[in-house]
Design a binder for this molecule. Structure first.
Ligand SMILES: *Cc1c(COP(=O)(O)O)cnc(C)c1O
Length: 372
């Protein structure tokens, strides 16, 4: 057995060191430094948006997006049950009510027809979350939002660089959010971004990011914001990472295709869908779903793989099965069978761009052993 293969290792071999040295040499390390604006502008342009507002995490971006859209008590926001808690938490913290939809068993993304079925007179927004490498089918979502006059928050954390019918993911939301956590396609260690075409919304995002200081009178506040500012040091990393984005996405696609070849004859597992009529999979991570006739679940498979030196992570756990929300009397008795199955039978294998062909071969051998 060789060394343990982790799920992700960041690659920082572009201009990261050079730009970081610039921060140190110039003394610019706070959010006032010049890389922040450069990165915001370059990032927004890359996803076809007019404005970029950097924040301290993708989770912070979701909180700011909900606040900037003035969503709160009495409002409902529709989102997938299978996602990171940040999405539902932002809605709940605002005082609004999260309303859940199930996942497509093939693409693992939210189902547009289910979104329409959940609309009430109180619905204010749809929170779209592109998961694991394929985008949500946006045309029906855009159509539903237009017909019911709903805002769209587009969580693009996992698909930076992906397109939907040739248009950039992250260019569809009234506000789109991004994360720069180390397993994302652009990483700054910790960090996030909001993008929008609306100058007024961008200004509101900036204000909520920085505690809602009133421009005309500092230390005077008409609203409550946060300190979610993004530092020049992080932006230096981000700019260098962004320069490599196309390469990163190409590498991910190549790795996904290679895994698909290597794993095609492993019994008992469903592989990710390589493409739909609106997008090619870019395999943010390479997810596997254990077939129903296999007598063990993802937890067991992951434990067995760990013993063989292969790192894995489970899929998300659905929002309607979270104790914290049950304690708030949210989602009583609700069930979303597809998401529940994905949570129990889905997991992902090492997927970072530092992974070598040799390591991928070893992952495949381990999977064959576990599922033989
Ligand atoms: C990673 C991620 C986030 C949150 O990002 P952080 O920067 O870790 O706060 C939000 N949404 C989705 C879908 C993610 O995958």
């Amino acid at each position: 057995m060789g060394d343990f293969i982790p799920v992700n290792v960041p690659v920082l071999n572009g201009n990261e060191r050079k730009y970081l040295n610039e921060c140190i040499d110039t003394g610019w390390i706070s959010s006032e430094g010049p890389f922040v604006k450069r990165f915001e502008e370059a990032f927004a342009a890359r996803v076809s948006r007019a404005h970029g507002v950097s924040v301290s995490s993708g989770t912070a971006a979701l909180d700011v997006a909900v606040a900037a859209l003035d969503i709160g008590v009495g409002d409902e926001v529709i989102l997938p049950t299978l996602t990171i808690i940040s999405c539902a938490a932002a809605v709940v913290r605002s005082g609004a009510t999260p309303v859940l939809v199930d996942s497509d068993p093939r693409t693992w993304n939210m189902i547009p027809a289910h979104v329409e079925a959940k609309i009430t007179p109180n619905t204010r927004a749809i929170m779209v979350v592109h998961l694991y490498g394929l985008p949500v089918d946006m045309d029906p979502i855009l159509d539903i939002a237009a017909r019911h006059n709903l805002a769209i928050i587009e969580d693009t954390a996992e698909v930076i660089g992906q397109t939907y019918r040739g248009r950039n993911c992250g260019s569809f939301g009234d506000i789109s959010t991004f994360s720069f956590y180390p397993n994302k396609h652009v990483t700054t260690g910790e960090g996030g971004m909001l993008c929008t075409n609306d100058a007024n919304l961008a200004e509101r995002c900036r204000s909520f990011r920085d505690m809602c200081f009133l421009k005309s009178q500092r230390f005077f506040h008409e609203d409550l914001g946060w300190n979610f500012r993004f530092s020049n040091v992080h932006a230096a990393l981000g700019l260098a990472q962004l320069e490599r984005l196309d390469e990163t996405v190409a590498t991910k696609k190549r790795m996904g295709r290679r895994y698909t070849e290597l794993l095609g004859d492993v019994p008992g597992i469903e592989l990710p869908v390589p493409e739909t009529d609106y997008a090619e999979n870019i395999y943010w991570v390479y997810g596997l779903v254990i077939k129903d006739d296999v007598p063990f679940d993802a937890k067991e498979a992951m434990a067995r793989l760990a013993k063989l030196g292969v790192g894995t992570r489970p899929f998300f756990w659905p929002m309607h099965e979270q104790p914290v929300f049950h304690d708030m009397d949210l989602f009583p008795g609700e069930s979303y069978p597809s998401a529940e199955r994905l949570a129990r039978r889905g997991f992902y294998i090492p997927s970072g761009i530092a992974l070598t062909d040799d390591e991928m071969d070893r992952v495949a051998v381990a999977l064959k052993e576990v599922f033989a």
